[in-house]
Design a protein around this ligand. Structure first.
Ligand code: FES
Length: 68
């Protein structure tokens, strides 16, 4: 376990995913539950082929580049 204090942090990456650190329960839209531990990147652009995780597609589509 990465975090001894059971704290969870979520950091928004500019033009990229949310970085989630800590132990969290993830529930998918079909009700499947899993425990995430450590550091995970969750897709924020909506185009990942491996949702809910980021697969790097945000770089290919220039996610939010036009908002600078
Ligand atoms: S944020 Fe990385 S693929 Fe969507």
């Amino acid at each position: 376990m990465e975090n001894k204090d059971n704290q969870v942090s979520i950091t928004e990456v500019l033009h990229g995913p949310y970085i989630v650190k800590g132990v969290v329960k993830l529930t998918t839209k079909d009700g499947k539950e899993s425990i995430l531990d450590g550091t995970n990147a969750l897709c924020r652009c909506g185009r990942s082929l491996h949702k809910p995780f980021c697969d790097g597609t945000h770089r290919k589509i220039n996610f939010e580049k036009d908002e600078e």
